[in-house]
Design a protein around this ligand. Structure first.
Ligand SMILES: C[S@@+](CC[C@H](N)C(=O)[O-])C[C@H]1O[C@@H](n2cnc3c(N)ncnc32)[C@H](O)[C@@H]1O
Length: 291
C-alpha cells in the first residue's frame, strides 16, 4: 500500500475533546491532555469554538460548525467508553486506531495496565512527536504500527507482547467507519482469537442515516467554495452498521452485547444541551463481553 499521511480526522477528534474539556458533561468528561497534543494553529479553532461566538467569515464558519458538532460526539462517546473501561478493570488495553487518544496519559485508573496503541504508522509517528516526554499515567504503553488493510494485527500484537491468556479491553473508537466490512470482519476475528475470558470489546460505529449521507454531500462543495480543506475529505466513510448486523458480527466472534446505545440518548442522560441531535442519534457505542 502507498505510504499514508498522518490522519487528519485524528487531529479533528482531538480538537473536539479539547473543545469539550471543562465545558461539556463536566464531572463526567475530562481530557485536559487533548489541547496539549495540538499545534498552535490547531488550537486557534478550538479557542474559537470554546468562546461560543460563531465567526462571520464563511470559511471560518464552516470549520466552526464542523468542530462544534464533533465536540458533542466526542463528549458523549468518551464518557460511555471510559465508564465501560473502568467498569471492567482489565490490565491489558488495546486501542485500535488510537490516533491522539490520551487515555494512557490521562487515566490514573490505568496505573496497572499495559496499553497497546495500534495505528497506521504515519499517524503513530505524528502522535509520538506530539507527545514528546509527556508523563504516562498507565503502567506502560507499547506502540504497535499496523494498517488494518494490509498488515497482520495478530503478528504485530504478538510481537509487542500482548498476552492472550490475560483478559483485554479493546477500544475501537471512531475507526470502523473508515474500513470496509471485510477489514472489520478480519480485525474482529483477530480480536476474538486474542481475547481471554473476561475480555471486553468496545466499538463506536455509524448506523445508516440518509440525512447524514445527504448532509455530507451538501456540505462538500461548500468547503471548496470557501477554499478550505475539509479535514474529513481524505478519509472517506466505507461502512455503516445496523445494530442487528453489529450484534451478528460480535456474536459470530464469541462476544455478547452488554449495551448498544446511540449518542443522542447518552447526551440526554448527561443532560447535555446539543445542537446536532440527528447526527448524534446515528452514532452508536456497543460494549460486548467475551462469552
Ligand atoms: C477519527 S480517528 C480516531 C482516533 C481515535 N480512536 C480517537 O477516537 O481519538 C481515526 C483513526 O483511525 C486510524 N485508521 C484509519 N484507517 C486505518 C487503517 N486502515 N489502519 C490503521 N489505522 C487506521 C487513523 O490513523 C486514525 O488514527
Amino acid at each position: 500500500m502507498a505510504e499514508r499521511k498522518a490522519s487528519r480526522t485524528a487531529v479533528l477528534v482531538c480538537q473536539g475533546r479539547a473543545v469539550a474539556d471543562g465545558r461539556m458533561a463536566v464531572g463526567r468528561f475530562s481530557d485536559p491532555v487533548a489541547v496539549e497534543l495540538l499545534t498552535a494553529p490547531e488550537r486557534v479553532l478550538v479557542e474559537q469554538v470554546r468562546s461560543g461566538v460563531a465567526p462571520q467569515v464563511f470559511g471560518d464558519r464552516i470549520e466552526y460548525g464542523l468542530l462544534s458538532g464533533v465536540s458533542e460526539t466526542l463528549a458523549t462517546r468518551t464518557v460511555t467508553i471510559d465508564d465501560a473501561l473502568r467498569d471492567r478493570g482489565n490490565t491489558q488495553l488495546v486501542i485500535l486506531g488510537a490516533g491522539l487518544d490520551a487515555r494512557a496519559w490521562r487515566m490514573k485508573e490505568l496505573a496497572d495496565a499495559t496499553v497497546f496503541e495500534v495505528d497506521q504508522p504515519a499517524s503513530q509517528q505524528d502522535k509520538r512527536q506530539r507527545l514528546g516526554e509527556r508523563t504516562l499515567l498507565a503502567g506502560s504503553v507499547r506502540f504497535v504500527p499496523v494498517d488494518f488493510a494490509t498488515d497482520s494485527l495478530d503478528a504485530a500484537l504478538a510481537a509487542a507482547g500482548h498476552d492472550t491468556t490475560r483478559a483485554t479491553t479493546w477500544i475501537w473508537e471512531g475507526v470502523v467507519n473508515y474500513l470496509t466490512r471485510e477489514q472489520i470482519a478480519a480485525t474482529a476475528a483477530v480480536v476474538a482469537a486474542r481475547s481471554a475470558p473476561g475480555s471486553r470489546f468496545i466499538i463506536t460505529y455509524p448506523a445508516p442515516s440518509v440525512r447524514n449521507t445527504l448532509g455530507r454531500r451538501i456540505v462538500r462543495p461548500l468547503w471548496a467554495l470557501a477554499r478550505r480543506q475539509n479535514p474529513i475529505a481524505d478519509e472517506p466513510m466505507r461502512s455503516t452498521w445496523t445494530p442487528e448486523r453489529m450484534r451478528e458480527l460480535l456474536d459470530a466472534n464469541g462476544f455478547e452485547v452488554v449495551t448498544d446505545i446511540d449518542q443522542l440518548t447518552v447526551a440526554q442522560e448527561l443532560d447535555l444541551a446539543v445542537e446536532r441531535g440527528p447526527f448524534l442519534r446515528s452514532g452508536r457505542i456497543v460494549v460486548a463481553d467475551r462469552i
